[in-house]
Each structure stands twice: as structure tokens, then as C-alpha cells.
Design a protein around this ligand. Structure first.
Ligand code: ME8
Length: 538
């Protein structure tokens, strides 16, 4: 696994509040950050808001805001509050109107300028405010932006500063070739390679100040403002002290993983590394000792999802507010559904019925049932205690049974770790639920096969072994799913008679060992983990 983990989400535009789409990326980042923290790896999870955008200006106007700054402040607060209420464990929240960000962007601009990659030229292009980007003929479909077909393009003709991006096309192609996991999943690599090969041009990186009432001024030229993407991408560095705290920057940069949606891969996988390659030529803090630029290690672009088959859009009124969602469903269940249902990297659909089905089958019937019957039977037959047995003798399942034993559980932990490293919680969860030798399903089958409620009369010693195994397996599964369902995991650990925080302090190595439960320890009365869902409309 990585030795440090610095994960980011896109910084979101504040022309609207969070919806299920931004929640998806943020939950995915949160589940990874929690997994690394649990494994004792220094972790930094960054999210934030993209505030120097024309879109926000329009939204502030529409909302009748007193002034732009108070609109931005109000919206940034809504985003922070929403993530906090959802239990998102971000370590830092960057706003691009902050002083630390302005200083970083100015330093970055000057480095690129010093490398000789900024020049002035007259530009004439169509601009899509929806994307905040200029469009080349390569980007358009029937003369329209494919992402915002209902929004007319603006014709922009002005003298701007340009970034000599095209000079880095060959270096980018070499990067994609040499570092196959730079852009993930694989399927996105072809798209980005073809873009860089065929359409990667110099970028206009400023707009006339008189036409744009927000943004950071170009250093040394007040008549121009820095283009919002050239400013926004630098957030990943400004949050870790670029231009303000060299020690912090040296500690955290480069980012381990930028998590983004597939809509913004050109900016993240092509423009951003090209910007860093350029700045690194004149800024040693952006280079390794061997002279190579310090590029982010991985960029993972997940798919887009629709809601009940429809594109998420303000005009359709289907942009589900995550805070409404958690009034109806426990957030752990929403997190599980989002990360399990949609293969990470592919497009998918968010459907309440599917969420409810998964809640009933995967959560209540499989996980909930396993914990409940293991705890209830142990309490019933062993005086409200964990059965007293020789732990060594529980390393393997009873002969000729479906339970694969402690070795296989160790294998499952390794599988889960590998999937986490590949950002694939969907695959990790599938292995935990359905893996052959040991999994939640296998544990439930073990109950059916061994029937401890019968065995207790014929062979109480074996019944003790089976029930100890089941309880200990529940403990392992709880820690495996903890980053995705932190509240559920803590509840399970408590039902097993342990304090989750005391256990966490022991460290992952201890938690992964077989035999963490003390035979004979008391078991509290179990509570239903996944109560029936009430029929409220989201
Ligand atoms: O692009 N499905 O911000 P943004 C899945 N400010 N994810 C979705 C989604 C959907 N239907 N809709 C949105 C910007 N997302 C820039 C980023 S970063 C330097 C600047 C998620 O508010 C997904 O992560 O438009 C997507 O990339 C992001 O929201 C776009 O957020």
C-alpha cells in the first residue's frame, strides 16, 4: 500500500448545493481516506469549492445576493455543513477565494511564465459557461456542447495570455505509456491519449478583467484575470502550502490520488500535468532529485450516473439533496449502495428501489442476520457470553464444511487491501459479501450447514467452536467494511462486547489477527442493525 495517502475530490462549483453526483465522489474519497487511516497510513483528504467562476456569478445574481462574496461565503458554508452532517471526514476544505490559494496561484503562474510557456495572442473561440471552457471543433457535437446542449455557446474574441500546452503533448503521451496506472480506469486512457494526440492545443489562460467580474488578477497585469481552470487546478497544491508553507508542501505533495468524474478528465489528466511539467522547469520544489516533475500519482475518473434513468439536472428537479436522502435511508446504507451498486469507473443509475433491495438483501438479510443470529445464539447457549473454547482449534472450520478458516480470511484481507489500493470498493465489497472460501454468504451458509441450535445438544464443544468462529468472523467483517459503513461497523463491534475506539487504537495488524474476541467475555443484548425502512418519499 502507499506510504502516505493524499486524496482529493474536485472542488465543486457553488452555483448550487451538493447533489447525489458530488456526494458520490466525496463518499468514494471518504471511504478510501478512512481505509488508509484505519491502516495507520498518514492520510490527507482534501475537498473544497471552486469560487472564481462565471457560473457562480450568474447564480449569485439569480439568487439576488447582496454581493458576490456574501453569496460565496453562504454557499461554501452549505457545502461544508452538508459534508459534516453526512460524516465526511475531510481534513481540509479549500476555497479558491482564500488568500493561501491566491498566493499559490500567483507563484505557479510566475513559474510557468519563467519557463517561457506564457505568451499573449488574440483568441476567437466558442466558450461554454456550463463547462467553463473553450470548445474546439473536436469537443462539439452538432455545433453544441455535448454536456450542456441547451446552453448557447458564447463567442469570445479577445487578447489573452496563453499557456504553451502543446509543447508538452509528447511528454504526456510518454507519461501515459510509461505509467499505465496514471489514468484509471484503463478505459479512460484511450480517450485521453486520443485527445492529446489529436486536439491538445495551447490554452487561453486569462480573460479580460473588464468582461469578468471575478477571479485572480494576472501577476503584473491587472487588466487580465486568470482563467478559472488554470486557477482551480492549483488548489490541490495551495491546500498543502505551495507558496505559503514549504515544509508542509514537501511533506504532502505530490497528491496520491485525484478522484474526479469523467467530465473533467481532460483538465486533470492532460492540462494539469502539462502545467506542472512547465512550472517544474523553473521551480525546484516541483521536481524530484532526479529532475522529474512531481506529478500527481494517480487520477481515477469514475462514471456519471443518472437518477431513475434521467440525467441529474436542476430543471428536471431531480438533483436529490443528500441531506434529504439521509432522512429516509441511514447514510451507511446510502454509502454502501453508492459504492457497491455502480462499478467504479462505469456509468450507473441511482434508483431508490435498487437501494431498498440492497438494503433488504445485502444488509438486513446477509450482514444483519449473521451478526444477529451469531450473537443471539451465543447469548442463549453460553450464558450471555462469547463461548469458551480453544482459539487455536477454531483456526479452521469444522471438517467438511463451507467455512474456509483463518488462512482464507487473511487472504480476504489481502484481496480487500488490493482493491482499496486500486480504488475499487465495489470489488472489495463484492469479495466480502460473496467470496467463495470466506465471506458473509459463506458464514451464513456455515450456520445453515452446522446448525448450532441442534449441535448444542449433541456436541456442545463443537457448537462453541462454530459460534466463536462466527462471532470472530463478524468482528473481521466489521473492520473490513468500517470505511464504507463506519456507524454500522461500530455497532457490530459494540454488539460483540468491545469498544470500537479502544479496538481501533490497537492498530490494523492486531485487528486482522484471528482471535481478537476473548472467550468468556460478556455479550450485550443485540439490537437490530438494519431496521425496516419506513416508506417516506425522498
Ligand atoms: O467541474 N454523476 O465542478 P462541478 C457522478 N469546479 N458524479 C457527478 C455527477 C453525476 N451525475 N455530477 C457531478 C467542476 N459529479 C470544477 C472542478 S477541480 C480542480 C474543478 C461530480 O461542481 C463529479 O466528480 O461541476 C464531477 O467531476 C464533479 O461532480 C463536477 O463538479
Amino acid at each position: 500500500m502507499h506510504t502516505k495517502f493524499f486524496v482529493t475530490t474536485p472542488i465543486y462549483y457553488v452555483n448550487d448545493k451538493p447533489h447525489v453526483g458530488s456526494t458520490y465522489t466525496t463518499v468514494a474519497a471518504d471511504a478510501l481516506a478512512r481505509a488508509y487511516r484505519l491502516r495507520g497510513i498518514p492520510t490527507l483528504f482534501l475537498t473544497g469549492t471552486d469560487e472564481n467562476s462565471q457560473k457562480n456569478l450568474e447564480a449569485a445574481d439569480k439568487a439576488g445576493a447582496k454581493d458576490l462574496q456574501s453569496y460565496l461565503d453562504g454557499m461554501a458554508l452549505i457545502w461544508q455543513k452538508t459534508w459534516r452532517e453526512l460524516g465526511i471526514t475531510f481534513d481540509d476544505f479549500i476555497r479558491t477565494t482564500e488568500e493561501r490559494h491566491h498566493r499559490a496561484v500567483e507563484k505557479f503562474w510566475k513559474s510557468v511564465e519563467q519557463s517561457g510557456d506564457i505568451y499573449k495572442a488574440t483568441y476567437e473561440r466558442e466558450y461554454c459557461v456550463g463547462c467553463e471552457s473553450f470548445k474546439t471543433p473536436f469537443d462539439l457535437q452538432d455545433g453544441k456542447c455535448p454536456l450542456h446542449p441547451n446552453r448557447p455557446l458564447e463567442k469570445v474574441s479577445e487578447e489573452n495570455y496563453f499557456f504553451r500546452a502543446s509543447a508538452y503533448a509528447q511528454d504526456l503521451l510518454k507519461l501515459y505509456h510509461d505509467k499505465q496506472d496514471f489514468v484509471q480506469p484503463q478505459s479512460r486512457q484511450n480517450e485521453i491519449r486520443s485527445y492529446v494526440k489529436n486536439a491538445f492545443e495551447d490554452f487561453s489562460i486569462s480573460r479580460e478583467a473588464k468582461k469578468l467580474a471575478c477571479g485572480i488578477s494576472v501577476p503584473g497585469d491587472e487588466s487580465q484575470r486568470i482563467y478559472v481552470w488554470f486557477d482551480a487546478l492549483v488548489n490541490y497544491m495551495s491546500a498543502v502550502g505551495y507558496g505559503t508553507d514549504n515544509k508542509l508542501f514537501a511533506k504532502w505533495w505530490p497528491a496520491t490520488l485525484h478522484l474526479v468524474g469523467k467530465d473533467i478528465i481532460k483538465f486533470h489528466c492532460a492540462l494539469w500535468p502539462a502545467m506542472i511539467m512547465s512550472a517544474a522547469k523553473s521551480d525546484p520544489s516541483l521536481r524530484y532529485a532526479n529532475g522529474e516533475p512531481k506529478l500527481p500519482e494517480h487520477i481515477f475518473a469514475h462514471g456519471f450516473f443518472t437518477i431513475e434513468g434521467q440525467k441529474i439536472s436542476k430543471s428536471l428537479g431531480n438533483a436529490v439533496d443528500p441531506l434529504d436522502l439521509v432522512k429516509k435511508y441511514p447514510f451507511d446504507a446510502v454509502r454502501y449502495y453508492l459504492l457497491r451498486e455502480i462499478s467504479f469507473g462505469e456509468d450507473g443509475d441511482f434508483a431508490a428501489q435498487r437501494l431498498e433491495d440492497r438494503y433488504a438483501s445485502d444488509l438486513a438479510n446477509n450482514l444483519g442476520n449473521l451478526v444477529n443470529r451469531s450473537v443471539s445464539m451465543s447469548r442463549k447457549y453460553f450464558d450471555n457470553r462469547i463461548p469458551t473454547t480453544n482459539i487455536q482449534e477454531t483456526l479452521r472450520g469444522l471438517p467438511e464444511t463451507v467455512w474456509g478458516g483463518a488462512d482464507n480470511l487473511e487472504g480476504l484481507w489481502q484481496t480487500v487491501d488490493q482493491y482499496i489500493e486500486a480504488s475499487r470498493w465495489d470489488m472489495a465489497l463484492e469479495a466480502i459479501w460473496s467470496g467463495e472460501a470466506v465471506s458473509l454468504s459463506a458464514a451464513n451458509k456455515y450456520v445453515e450447514q452446522t446448525q448450532p441450535f441442534r449441535m448444542i445438544k449433541e456436541n456442545p464443544e463443537n457448537a462453541a467452536k462454530v459460534l466463536y468462529t462466527l462471532l470472530e468472523a463478524c468482528r473481521h467483517f466489521a473492520w473490513m467494511v468500517e470505511p464504507v459503513m463506519p456507524n454500522v461497523a461500530a455497532d457490530i463491534i459494540r454488539q460483540l462486547g468491545q469498544d470500537p475506539e479502544t479496538e481501533r487504537q490497537k492498530g490494523i495488524k492486531e485487528l486482522k489477527k484471528w482471535g481478537g474476541l476473548q472467550p468468556g467475555a460478556e455479550l450485550p443484548e443485540p439490537k437490530i442493525l438494519f431496521p425496516r425502512l419506513e416508506n417516506k418519499k425522498i
